[in-house]
Design a protein around this ligand. Structure first.
Ligand SMILES: O=C(O)CCC(=O)C(=O)O
Length: 266
């Protein structure tokens, strides 16, 4: 896959910045070392266990508005538990991907969300979606970037994240009146790489999903069409995420609920 790379300095980094702009994603192999990954996995498992215990057997729907501050079910069996960089034990600007965030969003980029997404065995593939809307009818540079970190090896059977190459150029509902914003940012069965080019002269964006070795990072533009694939293995898949925004960008479709599992636990 052309969006894979290892990083040295200067030109290699420049190429990754350019590829993130053109493809909408890059895959960075071995970016996080074994100790870092082990520590993140430990923090993630402990936090997810505490939150799931507090949730107990209460029903929780799909999507951020139906969730809690501490947990959202993104799709059936796919749980998003927020964890701050501090809880992970990190200094934000020391993260091995920070240079890429700063190159795209600026040195004053802000952390917006982070946590772990855990997909249970049997959880189905998500519908294709974006994470936030375009800001203007013309194509602008990214306003938000996500970093997904494989916390263990994620073979295809465990359902890595799939990306539609270059689709961030096509998800602009402000420039294309045939697109419905809610069908892009909230998961919707009718949204797919081919639905973006319905009736248009351009090619359907290529769908790309690759196995991820522990410590590999997938970095993608918030406006890119992507989805978590089905977990067909017998083990829960854990992927940490770190989301960043350009200073001043404040649209939040990610965590819309105000209620706490701990406040409501009896
Ligand atoms: O689980 C994944 O691989 C991606 C999750 C995701 O894109 C989401 O829940 O918005």
């Amino acid at each position: 896959m052309s969006s894979e790379a290892t990083i040295d300095d200067g030109p290699a980094r420049r190429e990754l910045v350019d590829r993130l702009a053109s493809d909408g994603f890059v895959l960075l192999h071995d970016l996080c070392g074994g100790e870092m990954v082990k520590s993140m996995l430990g923090v993630s498992r402990r936090r997810a266990r505490a939150v799931r215990e507090a949730l107990g057997d209460r029903e929780i729907g799909i999507g951020s508005a139906a969730g809690y501050v501490e947990i959202v079910q993104r799709s059936p069996g796919r749980w998003d538990v927020p964890i701050t960089p501090q809880q992970f034990g990190f200094v934000e600007r020391d993260m091995p991907w920070w240079w890429l965030i700063a190159a795209v969003l600026g040195e004053d980029a802000e952390h917006s969300f982070s946590g772990v997404v855990s997909s249970e065995p049997g959880s189905p593939a998500q519908y294709w979606h974006t994470d936030s809307p375009h800001e203007a009818p013309e194509h602008r540079t990214a306003h938000a970037i996500n970093v997904l970190v494989a916390l263990h090896d994620v073979p295809m059977a465990m359902g890595p994240t799939e990306c539609a190459r270059g689709s961030h150029f096509l998800t602009n509902h402000l420039g294309n009146p045939s697109l419905v914003l809610d069908e892009l940012i909230y998961q919707h069965a009718g949204t797919s790489p081919s639905s973006l080019v319905n009736g248009a002269q351009c090619r359907v964006p290529e769908s790309v999903a690759r196995p991820m070795a522990a410590g590999t990072c997938l970095v993608f533009d918030d406006r890119l069409l992507h989805r978590g694939l089905a977990n067909r293995s017998n083990t829960t898949r854990h992927v940490a995420y770190f989301s960043y925004r350009r200073k001043g960008y404040c649209v939040n479709t990610h965590f819309e609920s105000q209620r706490s599992v701990f406040a409501e636990a009896t």
